[in-house]
Design a protein around this ligand. Structure first.
Ligand code: DOR
Ligand code: ZN
Length: 429
């Protein structure tokens, strides 16, 4: 099956060209290519990027299929321009054995909309005590490359040190949810003037920053790589800068919601705004944007976290933390980074595709837009706008914090190994 993408700008730069995709690969790039038998995607004035890679997605299968499944989450991912996602381990049962991680991989392949890479748990049952059999998961069908207890911090420094040492031997990555649990007991909102005024228990920046600093030092001494999930504070940015300057192998992601939103949103007590780590202050969001522009933060990851209505439409302190992110990620990155001139489209490819693919070690994603490369591609209309409606998203849940917001740019098509997985807002498979 061949596809001719007509009139796109590669990385939003240079002349409009046609791109021919055949047998899963880019086979020709040039002006006015012959159509032949190919299906044509008219994309005049649109931007061609490598397919996005999300290092941090909660798909809820197995265990909470009432809120998301691998199928509905894959559809949301494809519609959001993603060709690979990493499914977090906090499922039920926990993804702490190859039984679960292999299942997640198989199920993702059966759905066929996006490569669903399972993340394995670092500790058995996410309990922070006993390391999992990472080697068995890494060597299974699911080929687990990333391990995380996300939702829970690996807070015991000895367990974290051993996890880093074990992971280094295997060549896999530990992704840490940086939260010192002794500092977040009962916490539901960023510790600051807003939480104080609203009477909400505060989650200090130090809960995150103390673990980021500790893990940088543990990684240094173990000669290990460590990845920081959802960086949320200006102080974390400073620690990352310091650690990278020391030559420590540390990488970090930022979520779209921490780039765009801040704790001024909490005034309504709407549970949709509850998330871990919490929405911080505007000064933190500004520091995160600058850090992403400067490369101190390496990539964007959604932390897509579906929850049922009865878990979100409750008193703020009782609401489950987490927000949808897959279908809105690109638009929020455009709003916060491209529109203000902090990132070019070339940079968007770097932070949403190339860097996450490199961090996780995916050989076939985040590749250059060149002949002979796998056709994992995203086509974006940079000039369109759309208005977010949770009920219209492909997720089984509707907990978007962007309800009724009009956002710039939309994904018009996604191709996974040359197969169209999303087109004009629909999943054709
Ligand atoms: O807000 C969050 N939701 N943060 C996490 O770390 C976990 C996630 C979830 O699983 O819902
Ligand atoms: Zn987390």
């Amino acid at each position: 099956m061949s596809i001719l993408i007509r009139g796109v700008q590669l990385y939003g730069e240079g002349d409009q060209v046609d791109v021919l995709v055949d047998d899963g690969q880019i086979t020709e790039i040039g002006a006015d290519l012959a159509v032949g038998e190919a299906e044509v995607i008219e994309a005049s004035g649109q931007v061609l990027l490598p397919g996005f890679v999300d290092l941090h997605t909660h798909l809820r299968e197995p265990g909470r299929e009432d809120t998301e499944t691998i199928e509905t989450g894959s559809a949301a991912a494809a519609l959001g321009g993603f060709t690979a996602v990493f499914a977090m381990a906090n499922t039920n049962p926990v993804a702490d054995s190859p039984v679960v991680t292999d299942h997640v991989w198989h199920r993702g392949q059966a759905v066929g909309l996006v490569d669903v890479h399972p993340i394995g748990a670092v500790t058995v049952g996410l309990e922070g005590k006993q390391l999992t059999e990472m080697a068995m998961m890494a060597n299974g069908v699911g080929q687990v490359r990333v391990f995380s207890d996300d939702g829970h911090c690996v807070d015991d420094p000895l367990v974290m040190r051993r996890a880093l040492e074990y992971a280094t031997g295997l060549g896999v990555l530990i992704a840490q949810h940086a939260e010192e649990p002794r500092l977040t007991v009962g916490a539901v909102a960023h510790e600051g003037p807003t939480a104080a005024k609203l009477g909400l228990a505060g989650w200090p920046r130090a809960a995150e920053e103390s673990i980021v600093a500790r893990d940088a030092i543990l990684a240094r001494d173990a000669g290990a790589r460590v990845h920081i999930c959802h960086a949320s504070t200006a102080g974390t940015v400073e620690i990352l800068k310091w650690a990278k300057a020391q030559g420590i192998s540390i990488t970090a992601e930022v979520t779209p919601h921490h780039l765009l939103l801040d704790d001024s949103r909490l005034a309504t007590y709407d549970g949709v705004n509850r998330v871990n780590p919490p929405l911080r202050e505007n000064s933190d969001a500004q520091a995160l944007r600058q850090a992403l522009a400067d490369g101190v933060i390496d990539c964007v990851a959604t932390d897509h976290a579906p929850h049922a209505e009865h878990e979100k439409c409750v008193e703020f302190s009782a609401a489950r933390p987490g927000m949808l992110g897959l279908q809105t990620a690109l638009s929020v990155v455009v709003e916060t980074m491209v529109v203000p001139g902090l990132l070019s489209w070339r940079d968007v490819a770097r932070v949403m595709s190339e860097n996450p693919a490199r961090i996780a070690g995916l050989p076939d994603q985040g590749r250059p837009l060149e002949i002979g490369e796998p056709a994992n591609l995203t086509i974006v209309d940079p000039d369109s706008t759309w208005t977010v409606s949770g009920s219209a998203l492909a997720s089984r849940s509707a907990n978007t914090p962007y309800e009724s917001m009009t956002l710039p740019a939309s994904v018009t098509a996604t191709l996974l190994r040359g197969t169209v997985t999303a087109r004009d807002g629909k999943c054709p498979l």
